[in-house]
Design a protein around this ligand. Structure first.
Ligand code: ARG
Length: 457
């Protein structure tokens, strides 16, 4: 059977089924570049400590570059015994440069190595997701700016509540994603610290310069305790939580847009490019893209809770359970990578039906404005709420729109009603009244757009 890197103390062979069970190369090969990068930095650190001569260091460095080139060209051949990306790269390095390859792992363990690789890999991956969430904010803001004049019912409890601008609705999600982007940037800052040089658990016996390693690899600091360096996966948990929270926002707008695209609402219709038909019912156009976005949130939440379960009972430092950290991390990344792009395109290509939105506004949605009319005449709000409620009841009993009650009708409820009450029945006015920061008025929606554009710039 194949010679194992750790095989010295063993006499018995591994059950082939156990080899298969134990290997992680089929998924951790994704980190080949991070693994090479970490090794190249480590070569330099060993050379600084005279564990390697300058010649040996050059040989190893070039050999590692050659291994990377094979991965990039797709010519790297995984062999039996390549347990994970670390053993595979080292095995191949040995084939290319000979026995000097055996010096690379001096003082290093796969424990500090894998933790380093993952942080390097996730740093690139997270920076890519930062770009995708920014793209999502950008296209949502563009749409909000272009469709400023479109009015729609705003809902609470999914019941018609007050008129709002469609842009205001879109921007509410743009703000969620702006926060998500900032959170991810902060998360990168937190996890961008160096485990390498921690050894298996107790530290490095050759005085490798860990601050040098950190600078070489672009980490902002060194993890100050070797036990936590090899055993901590909080960065994976935090990343999975970030993915979950972001998907929660994705899922909520998906739900909104699915609702708004039903015939009953008819506010939006999805571009054909992001819809599918029914194999049975010829008339159907289904919002599959949005349903998948909503559905995939569950999968990401599962990765988070699953991984927390994996870690919660572990004794300190490295345990092989931690090999289970990579698949949820990769899967969540892939899911977000797909979802953020699809959602950006769905939002950019959505057709809206402003007439339908407008027709769904009804005078009873101005009942609050009617109460506020009396407030402006000096009546306490708690009283005006009741008076306006009585007007709603009167209109309902007569089966007429609230706005068709006459001034005389209203005066039976309160003497402060006058002719100028007719100005209440104006949706634009209602909307533009809400002009304190964060409100749906034109002025305050424009301010939101300007603030987000400034952040995007
Ligand atoms: N493939 C392993 C992982 O992903 C690498 C670390 C192995 N370390 C060990 N002591 N067995 O966690």
């Amino acid at each position: 059977s194949t010679k194992k890197l750790w095989g010295g103390r063993f006499t018995g062979a591994t059950d082939p089924l156990m080899d298969q069970f134990n290997e992680s190369i089929h998924f951790d090969r994704r980190m080949f570049k991070a693994d090479i990068m970490g090794s190249q930095a480590y070569v330099k650190a060993l050379c600084k400590r005279h564990i390697l001569t300058a010649d040996e260091a050059r040989t190893l460095d070039q050999g590692l570059s050659a291994v990377q080139a094979e991965w990039e060209a797709g010519t790297f051949t995984i062999k039996a015994g390549d347990e994970d990306i670390h053993t595979a790269n080292e095995r191949r390095l040995g084939e290319l440069v000979g026995s000097v390859a055996g010096k690379l792992h001096t003082g290093r363990s796969r424990n500090d190595q894998v933790a380093t690789d993952m942080r390097l890999w996730l740093r690139d991956a997270a920076r890519e997701l930062v770009e995708l969430t920014r793209d999502l904010v950008r296209s949502t803001v563009e749409r909000a700016e272009a469709e400023m004049d479109v009015l729609m019912p705003g809902y609470t409890h999914l019941q018609r509540a007050q008129p709002i601008r469609w842009s205001h609705f879109l921007l509410s999600y743009a703000w969620n994603w702006q926060q998500d982007t900032q959170r991810l940037e902060q998360l990168i800052e937190r996890f961008n610290v160096l485990p390498l040089g921690a050894g298996a658990l107790a530290g490095n016996p050759f005085e490798v310069d860990r601050e040098f390693l950190a600078r070489e690899l672009g980490f902002r600091d060194v993890i100050p305790n070797s036990l936590v360096a090899v055993g901590d996966r909080d960065f994976v948990s935090e990343f999975l939580f970030w993915c979950s929270l972001t998907m929660m926002h994705v899922s909520r707008i998906a739900e909104d847009l699915i609702t708004y695209s039903s015939s009953e609402f008819g506010y939006v219709s999805l571009a054909d490019a992001y819809s599918t038909g029914s194999s049975l019912m010829p008339q159907k156009k289904n919002p599959d893209s949005l349903e998948l976005l909503r559905g995939k949130s569950g999968r990401v939440f599962g990765s988070l809770s699953g991984f927390l379960m994996t870690v919660k009972g572990l004794p300190s430092t490295y345990n092989k359970d931690l090999q289970e950290d990579k698949e949820p991390m990769f899967d969540a990344y892939d899911t977000l990578h797909g979802c953020l792009q699809i959602l950006t395109r769905v939002i950019a290509t959505l057709k809206i039906n402003p007439d339908r939105m407008r027709q769904s506004l009804s005078p009873d949605m101005l009942a609050t404005d009617l109460a506020e009319y009396l407030v402006r005449k000096g009546v306490p709000f708690r009283e005006t709420h009741h008076i306006s409620g009585a007007a709603v009841r009167m209109a309902e009993e007569r089966q007429v729109p609230l706005s068709s009650l006459t001034v005389a009708d209203l005066q039976t409820l309160h003497t402060s009603f006058a002719d100028d009450v007719s100005a209440v029945w104006d949706y634009e006015r209602s909307i533009d009244n809400r002009s304190s920061i964060g409100g749906t008025s034109r002025k305050t929606v424009e301010a939101q757009i300007a603030a987000l554009q400034k952040w995007l710039a």
